[in-house]
Design a protein around this ligand. Sequence first.
Ligand code: SF4
Ligand code: SF4
Length: 97
Amino acid sequence: MVNPPSRKIDERLYVNRYNVHSENHLHVDQSKCQECRDKPCTFSCPVDDYVWDPELKRLTVFYEGCVECGACVVVCPYHKIALDYPPAGRGVNFRFG
Ligand code: SF4
Ligand code: SF4
Protein backbone atom coordinates (compact mmCIF):
# COMPACT_ATOMS: atom_id res chain seq x y z
CA MET A 1 0.00 0.00 0.00
CA VAL A 2 1.28 3.47 -0.93
CA ASN A 3 1.31 6.03 1.85
CA PRO A 4 -0.52 9.28 1.06
CA PRO A 5 1.66 12.38 0.70
CA SER A 6 2.32 13.98 4.06
CA ARG A 7 1.54 17.46 2.81
CA LYS A 8 -0.55 18.96 0.05
CA ILE A 9 1.19 20.60 -2.90
CA ASP A 10 0.11 24.08 -1.84
CA GLU A 11 1.65 23.56 1.56
CA ARG A 12 4.87 22.36 -0.05
CA LEU A 13 5.02 25.33 -2.40
CA TYR A 14 4.42 27.70 0.47
CA VAL A 15 7.76 26.89 2.07
CA ASN A 16 9.72 27.82 -1.05
CA ARG A 17 11.67 31.04 -0.93
CA TYR A 18 12.49 33.28 -3.88
CA ASN A 19 15.26 35.65 -4.77
CA VAL A 20 13.53 37.10 -7.81
CA HIS A 21 15.76 38.13 -10.68
CA SER A 22 14.99 41.42 -12.41
CA GLU A 23 14.71 39.77 -15.82
CA ASN A 24 12.04 37.32 -16.93
CA HIS A 25 13.62 33.91 -17.58
CA LEU A 26 10.50 32.55 -19.34
CA HIS A 27 10.57 33.51 -22.99
CA VAL A 28 7.24 33.11 -24.74
CA ASP A 29 6.71 33.72 -28.43
CA GLN A 30 2.99 34.47 -28.49
CA SER A 31 2.60 34.22 -32.26
CA LYS A 32 0.66 30.94 -31.94
CA CYS A 33 -1.23 31.52 -28.71
CA GLN A 34 -4.47 32.71 -30.28
CA GLU A 35 -4.82 29.60 -32.39
CA CYS A 36 -3.63 27.31 -29.59
CA ARG A 37 -6.93 25.65 -28.74
CA ASP A 38 -6.39 24.29 -25.24
CA LYS A 39 -3.64 26.61 -24.01
CA PRO A 40 -2.09 23.90 -21.84
CA CYS A 41 0.42 26.30 -20.30
CA THR A 42 -2.47 27.90 -18.41
CA PHE A 43 -3.36 24.72 -16.53
CA SER A 44 -0.10 22.76 -16.43
CA CYS A 45 1.97 25.17 -14.42
CA PRO A 46 1.88 24.21 -10.71
CA VAL A 47 2.04 27.85 -9.66
CA ASP A 48 -0.27 29.34 -12.31
CA ASP A 49 2.36 31.49 -13.97
CA TYR A 50 0.40 31.73 -17.23
CA VAL A 51 -2.87 33.63 -17.48
CA TRP A 52 -4.73 34.05 -20.75
CA ASP A 53 -6.69 37.26 -21.23
CA PRO A 54 -9.53 36.47 -23.66
CA GLU A 55 -10.24 40.14 -24.34
CA LEU A 56 -6.70 41.24 -25.04
CA LYS A 57 -5.98 37.81 -26.57
CA ARG A 58 -2.61 37.49 -24.97
CA LEU A 59 -0.80 35.73 -22.16
CA THR A 60 0.54 37.35 -19.06
CA VAL A 61 3.51 35.50 -17.60
CA PHE A 62 4.15 35.81 -13.88
CA TYR A 63 7.71 34.52 -13.87
CA GLU A 64 8.37 35.55 -10.27
CA GLY A 65 6.75 32.41 -8.81
CA CYS A 66 8.28 29.92 -11.23
CA VAL A 67 9.63 26.74 -9.63
CA GLU A 68 11.66 25.92 -12.76
CA CYS A 69 10.01 22.55 -13.36
CA GLY A 70 9.94 22.83 -17.16
CA ALA A 71 6.35 21.60 -17.58
CA CYS A 72 5.30 24.60 -19.66
CA VAL A 73 8.10 23.96 -22.14
CA VAL A 74 7.00 20.36 -22.57
CA VAL A 75 3.26 20.97 -22.93
CA CYS A 76 3.32 23.86 -25.42
CA PRO A 77 2.17 22.21 -28.66
CA TYR A 78 3.95 24.83 -30.77
CA HIS A 79 7.24 24.80 -28.84
CA LYS A 80 6.96 28.52 -28.18
CA ILE A 81 8.20 28.58 -24.59
CA ALA A 82 11.86 28.68 -23.68
CA LEU A 83 13.05 28.39 -20.09
CA ASP A 84 16.29 30.20 -19.41
CA TYR A 85 17.23 29.43 -15.81
CA PRO A 86 17.89 32.47 -13.61
CA PRO A 87 21.51 33.13 -12.64
CA ALA A 88 22.95 31.25 -9.66
CA GLY A 89 21.40 32.34 -6.39
CA ARG A 90 18.33 33.78 -8.08
CA GLY A 91 14.90 32.30 -8.60
CA VAL A 92 13.38 29.60 -6.45
CA ASN A 93 15.06 28.18 -3.38
CA PHE A 94 13.64 24.80 -2.35
CA ARG A 95 13.77 24.47 1.38
CA PHE A 96 12.41 20.95 1.76
CA GLY A 97 13.02 19.26 -1.58
S1 SF4 B 1 0.71 26.44 -24.80
FE1 SF4 B 1 2.16 27.62 -26.05
S2 SF4 B 1 1.04 28.30 -27.87
FE2 SF4 B 1 -0.45 27.58 -26.34
S3 SF4 B 1 -1.08 29.45 -25.26
FE3 SF4 B 1 0.62 28.54 -24.11
S4 SF4 B 1 2.49 29.51 -24.92
FE4 SF4 B 1 0.84 29.92 -26.36
S1 SF4 C 1 8.87 26.07 -15.49
FE1 SF4 C 1 7.19 25.11 -14.27
S2 SF4 C 1 6.76 26.59 -12.66
FE2 SF4 C 1 7.94 27.68 -14.21
S3 SF4 C 1 6.39 28.61 -15.52
FE3 SF4 C 1 6.93 26.63 -16.44
S4 SF4 C 1 5.41 25.18 -15.61
FE4 SF4 C 1 5.36 27.03 -14.33
